[in-house]
Design a protein around this ligand. Structure first.
Ligand code: NAP
Length: 318
């Protein structure tokens, strides 16, 4: 089967760490171009804008967008209008409505659109989903605590409107929860913690419910300098399920079902799925996690906390 000629747009941290290695290793694809405003990746022909790439008529089939979420819509629209299949990093865009508009545009243009959620491809997610499928969920606690200085150094866009602040990682937790829990979730209350010098929150407390009334609490916090935590604990009628390390590990009542050290294939899995969508002429745009984040901004009470400065390190006693 002919390989899919693909270009990668936005050559930042995730493009270099995950997208380029996954594409180079996958025989479904030929990585034929990059779109970047900076130093191009070695050996890949590069263009400054999506318009220049399209004008060059290099026989492309698809593009994968790894730019910040706000601004993707304009790029994706040009690609779809040029007849290209489009894969979107998470979060899929700047607003829910613009991504819905893209999905409609892709349908009418007859191309595939894939809104990816990489955490759903973590090794333990499918096992957790199957285990929970016929259980009665009683209570869920989601804890996503990480150090923003460690994971997002120099990324100014995450603090600007559309960058989502702590929901940039928090949406990964919501993508996992909406995949593994057997019933749909909705938001009931939220408190968002904004540094006084920033437009986006550094922490968030969410209260949700599933359609049977089970309480689901989520705590996202970017100020964690100790052990980093990406955990979902689910109490059920058949015991407690613990998903750890962002879906890498899984235990039920303390018995390990998936070892945290298993090799993760999140991005290879995403590209394999995109190839399936392209070849079957279908799209996959699940906006549940994105809607929960939008609802959190809609319901969230605002609490102002101390300013955040990236360079500032905590004062330590002599
Ligand atoms: P990043 O390091 O800041 O890279 C984003 C790249 O997008 C930039 O290097 C830049 O590349 C391009 N870009 C285009 N317009 C831009 C603008 N207005 N402002 C800033 N950059 C712009 O960010 P990233 O961490 O790779 O994240 C990109 C997306 O991947 C986000 O949606 C994020 O949630 C997702 N993601 C990130 C991670 C992670 O660990 N970092 C993990 C999973 C998913 P050029 O110089 O090539 O133009």
């Amino acid at each position: 089967m002919a390989s899919i000629r693909i270009a990668l747009v936005g050559i930042g941290k995730i493009a270099r760490d995950q997208h380029i290695p996954a594409l180079k290793a996958d025989p479904n694809y030929e990585l034929v171009a990059a779109v970047t405003r900076h130093e191009p990746p070695a050996g890949i022909p590069s263009y400054r804008t999506i318009a220049e790439l399209i004008d060059a008529q290099i026989g492309l089939d698809a593009v994968s967008l790894a730019t910040p979420p706000l601004g993707r819509h304009v790029i994706a629209r040009q690609a779809i209008e040029a007849g290209l299949h489009v894969m979107l990093e998470k979060p899929p865009g700047g607003t829910v409505s613009e991504v819905e508009a893209l999905a409609a545009l892709a349908r009418s243009a007859g191309v595939s659109l894939f809104a990816t959620w990489h955490t759903r491809e973590a090794p333990a997610i499918e096992t957790a989903r199957r285990w929970l499928a016929d259980r009665m969920v009683k209570d869920v606690v989601i804890t996503w605590r990480e150090d923003v200085r460690r994971w997002h150094p120099g990324q100014a866009w995450i603090w600007e409107p559309g960058g989502l602040g702590v929901f940039d990682p928090g949406i990964n937790a919501l993508s996992a929860a909406t995949r593994i829990l057997p019933r749909p979730l909705f938001l009931t209350d939220a408190e968002l913690f904004y540094p006084e010098n920033r437009a986006m929150p550094i922490a968030a407390h969410l209260a949700m419910s599933d359609s049977a009334g089970a309480p689901i609490r989520a705590e996202f916090d970017w100020r964690e300098e100790g052990p980093q935590r990406w955990d979902i604990d689910v109490d059920t009628d058949a015991g407690r399920l613990a998903l750890s390390k962002g879906g890498a590990g899984l235990a039920v009542e303390g018995r390990i079902l998936v070892d945290e050290d298993e090799i993760s294939a999140e991005y290879p899995n995403l590209y394999a799925r995109f190839a399936e969508l392209v070849r079957s002429g279908t799209s996959d745009v699940d906006l549940q996690p994105f809607r929960l984040v939008a609802d959190a901004f809609m319901l969230g009470r605002r609490t102002v906390v101390e300013p955040f400065n990236e360079q500032q390190t905590k004062e330590r006693p002599e």
